[in-house]
Design a protein around this ligand. Structure first.
Ligand SMILES: [Zn+2]
Length: 304
């Protein structure tokens, strides 16, 4: 049952055309620092950099959300959106790209985001067709880049094979804000998209990089869930690392996936009705640890 629900959810998440919100979608704005706000709607959490040099969005949820998102942006700053940075390719973070591009917004993402959006994909067993050309990032990069806007340096840097193979973290140096994309699901077990090049060890590495980049004052924006602090991120990583190490130990001891799932190692951190249930998470960790590690084809992981 929970597997069916999870599959239905990710189909929705990855295929915005099939996912029309039933009622007028709402966007809630939270200002987190001078020049930085977070927009909570449907799909991945959005960050907005605003100020004298114009608006920059981090992620853009689903296509039907574009109007309410732009209305929320206008409530903060009436200027157009100059850039949108996609934290990864999933449709609940890139579904607004085509609408925004039509208004003149430049879409920026890691090169693997453009590659995956250009081709047929499979997410949790569900086929996802290529995105329209107008939705694709027009500026791509390998390791990272910086936006020098609105009195801040907004540093975008790639973390390898974490939630997918195209993830970035986005850090505002002056405002001290860190957007994690889907390398962080706050308050729930994470989805690790192994079929898109994600891995448990890459995710743990990304969390460690983020913890090192942050300090006790940093406002941390997860891909999903409420805002967090460095201490939350440390606790989250500790939890996932403990589960990962225990699953590895049980694999080494010759236990099957079913035997390991019966230990219910992740039950304290989720419910069967969650997007990623505890047993689904254990299955993902098991598969990640028992399949060939993803190919690393560039300089070492990410940070600058
Ligand atoms: Zn995602």
């Amino acid at each position: 049952m929970h597997r069916t629900l999870a599959a239905a959810f990710i189909l929705t998440a990855a295929a915005p055309a099939l996912a029309q919100p039933p009622a007028a979608p709402q966007v809630r704005v939270e200002r987190v620092a001078p020049g930085v706000a977070v927009l909570f709607g449907r799909g991945g959490n959005i960050a907005l950099s605003h100020g004298a040099d114009g608006n920059v969005l981090i992620d853009d949820q689903y296509a039907p959300m574009t109007e309410p998102i732009l209305a929320a942006v206008r409530s903060i700053d009436p200027d157009p959106v100059r850039f949108v940075i996609n934290t990864h390719w999933h449709g609940d973070h890139t579904g607004g790209n085509e609408n925004l591009a039509r208004t003149g917004t430049v879409v920026v993402a890691h090169e693997n985001v453009r590659t995956r959006m250009s081709m047929d994909q499979v997410v949790r067993g569900e086929a996802v067709p290529p995105s329209p050309t107008g939705a694709l990032p027009v500026i791509t990069f390998g390791q990272g880049l910086s936006f020098h806007l609105n009195g801040d340096e907004v540093r975008v840097f790639h973390v390898d094979h974490a939630h997918t193979d195209g993830d970035v973290l986005v850090f505002w140096h002056r405002a001290n804000v860190l957007h994690m994309g889907d390398t962080y699901f706050n308050g729930m077990l994470p989805f690790i998209d192994l079929d898109s090049g994600g891995s448990i060890d890459g995710l743990l590495s990304a969390l460690l990089i983020a913890i090192g980049r942050a300090d006790a004052e940093t406002v941390i924006i997860p891909g999903h869930g409420p805002l967090a602090r460095q201490s939350d991120l440390i606790a989250y990583r500790d939890r996932l690392l403990a589960i990962r190490d225990r699953v590895q130990a049980e694999i080494d001891a010759g236990r099957s996936l079913e035997q390991i799932q019966a230990l219910r190692l992740a039950d304290a951190y989720g419910r069967d009705s969650d997007f990623i249930s505890p047993s689904a998470f254990i299955a993902t960790v098991h598969r990640s640890l028992t399949t060939e590690p993803p190919h690393h084809d560039g300089p070492e992981d990410g940070e600058d």
